[in-house]
Write a protein that binds this ligand. Sequence first.
Ligand SMILES: Nc1ncnc2c1ncn2[C@@H]1O[C@H](COP(=O)(O)OP(=O)(O)O)[C@@H](O)[C@H]1O
Ligand SMILES: [Mg+2]
Length: 191
Amino acid sequence: MQTIELNDFQQRLLSIPEEFDIFCGGGRGGGKSYGLAYLILRHVEQYGEKARVLYLRKTYKGLADFELVTREIFGNIYGTAARYNAAEHVWRMPNGAYIELGQLESHADYTKYQGRSFTLLIVDEAGQYAEPDLLDMMRSNLRGSKSIPVRMVIAANPGGVGHHWIAKRYVFTGSNPWEMFYEPRSKRRWV
Ligand SMILES: Nc1ncnc2c1ncn2[C@@H]1O[C@H](COP(=O)(O)OP(=O)(O)O)[C@@H](O)[C@H]1O
Ligand SMILES: [Mg+2]
């Protein structure tokens, strides 16, 4: 039996109701990326073969870092029953869930995802994106059904090239941290 110990930040992160999208801010080393992996894990366990997760990074280097995180966490839990296809960057879980680790840097990369459906969309290190336009386009790939709520989760370290649009959109919202706010661009409620 494998136990996972969440830190305080991750406990709060996992306690946010699924109907809200999430912006995950805070300094490097706080446990954001691991927290994202735990959100993925829970989604996978909850929705089984209906779960289609896309985790995005801007660079292949970043993707490789998260690949190691998933190998550690999913490997510990599922052993060899979870299979990772390193060429496709795809995890196929024992219960049929699908997790793709993707790279998205330019509009040309977007064509890799065009027309495809995902139930959980995660963007890590979003501060590396100078503009939000590509990430806003990705939202159209979120499609679920009544039995499975779709959700977007964005994480960022402070100080990247995207600091300004991120702070404006997700930090200076008029709400306190960990409280819900309405975000007009997505027309969704976020925490
Ligand atoms: N729940 C946890 N249990 C044990 N170690 C953890 C946990 N969460 C994070 N860590 C450790 O802390 C480090 C930083 O976490 P990470 O998620 O990469 O932070 P961030 O993405 O905020 O920079 C990781 O490399 C990992 O070793
Ligand atoms: Mg990180």
